[in-house]
Design a protein around this ligand. Structure first.
Ligand code: PLP
Length: 400
């Protein structure tokens, strides 16, 4: 009998983290590598937020907190939901954890029995299927297509729902496609969900503040208030406030579920760092003006990268409305040969070729359950992005 549990056998490590680690290894060997595989803003955490953390340390807020998070943070989150989403929660309907990731995990752990199905649109964030499996559930990917701007279509949802479906997970803006669901898109999905009263909705809104052009953020509990009693809304400070390492995410929803999620957390991590929680209060209630600065910088980078990539023969890249990723179709390049005579069979081969030849780390689409694509994160400086796209173009031109 081995040491590892059988449930882990089916769970894959994150490809995003694997590519980033490979890039770091090559860099340690002296290679000049540009890492566009990581989902992390390159901006520094704003100074007022750092100061709030320093003040928390000096005030002695360095002890255990309530499992659900400090009262001041849960009140700040109540205010955020009212101010930005028109959603009304009480503080006990809020729970705080180590990033949105942990809240998603807590929700799945608290709700899934073996064989329960969890549906989500693909391409999807690498962690959804693996977390669902860890929690004992069965992941059910629902394909979306570039021609539908990667938006889940209501008929596809209807066909996929079964008596075992416990959750539909929504993610807008989406990682990896950058798709943003309009109010109309969400209303169409809500219409289907009304026929399935046992299906709950998990709305992962972590990229809420990163929407561009005319696109507007919308969230299901606000678009369809009649579904709010079976919706969990998950968000966090990582992406909007450049606070990935502080590990603060939060979830809001029906009390029964929140209490069960607190039980999961109370028997695992207890809570996220007390200091980070004080910093998050400042993030949510302090100056919000830099959100627009971050957003504008990302939008300019998006336009730059999409322009450069669409000039590369064999690439097809739609202009994403949100997040900080471009999801590039590269099927036309699969089957071609590298200068060393290696045939590129899969998007993984292609991503490895770009790492070796161009010195650029990207993530293969297969990691997001979408073969024939690569995901490029544009959370990097315009200079780095231009250098990276030029190097990718040069590498692609060497293929035959
Ligand atoms: N949800 C999606 C779709 C993400 O891409 C990420 C991070 O990459 C997260 C959730 C988790 O964010 P965090 O745990 O840093 O709050």
């Amino acid at each position: 009998m081995g040491i590892l549990s059988s449930k882990l056998a089916a769970v894959k490590p994150s490809q995003t983290k694997a590519m980033t680690a490979l890039a770091a290894n090559l860099r340690a060997q002296g290679r000049n590598i540009i890492t566009l595989s990581q989902g992390e803003p390159d901006f520094d955490t704003p100074a007022n937020i750092k100061q709030a953390a320093i003040a928390a340390i000096e005030a002695g807020h360095t002890k255990y907190t309530a499992v659900a998070g400090i009262e001041a943070l849960r009140e700040a989150i109540v205010t955020k939901f009212q101010r930005e989403n028109g959603l009304n929660f009480t503080a006990d309907q809020i729970t705080v954890g180590c990033g949105a990731k942990q809240l998603l995990f807590n929700a799945l752990m608290a709700s899934l029995d073996k064989g329960d199905e969890v549906a989500f649109a693909t391409p999807c964030w690498v962690s959804y299927p693996e977390m669902i499996k860890l929690a004992g559930g069965t992941p059910v990917g629902l394909a979306t297509h570039i021609d539908d701007s990667f938006i889940l279509q209501p008929d596809v949802l209807r066909k996929a729902l079964t008596p075992r479906t416990k959750w539909l997970m929504l993610n807008s803006p989406s990682n990896p496609t950058g798709a943003v669901y309009t109010r109309k898109d969400l209303e169409a999905l809500a219409e289907v969900l009304r026929d399935y009263p046992d299906v709950w909705i998990l709305s992962d809104d972590i990229y809420e503040h990163l929407v561009y052009g005319d696109a507007e953020f919308a969230t299901l509990a606000a678009v369809a208030p009649d579904l709010a009693p079976r919706t969990l809304t998950v968000n966090g400070v990582s992406k909007a406030y450049a606070m990935t390492g502080w590990r603060v995410g939060y979830a809001a929803g029906p009390l029964e579920l929140i209490k069960a999620m607190n039980t999961v957390q109370g028997q695992s991590t207890s809570h996220t760092s007390a200091i980070s929680q004080y910093a998050a209060v400042e993030a949510l209630l302090g100056d919000q003006s830099f959100l627009t600065n971050f957003r504008n910088a990302f939008e300019a980078r998006r336009d730059l990268v999409v322009g450069l990539l669409n000039d590369i023969p064999g690439f097809e890249c739609r202009l994403p409305d949100g997040a900080f990723y471009v999801f590039v179709a590269c099927q036309k390049l699969l089957g071609s040969n590298t200068p060393n005579g290696q045939r590129l069979e899969t998007d993984m081969d292609f991503a490895m070729y770009l790492l070796e030849e161009a010195g650029v780390a990207v993530v293969p689409g297969s990691g997001f359950l979408a073969d024939g694509f690569i995901r490029i994160s544009y959370a990097a400086s315009e200079d780095e992005l231009t250098t990276a796209c030029d190097a990718i173009s040069e590498a692609v031109h060497k293929l035959s």
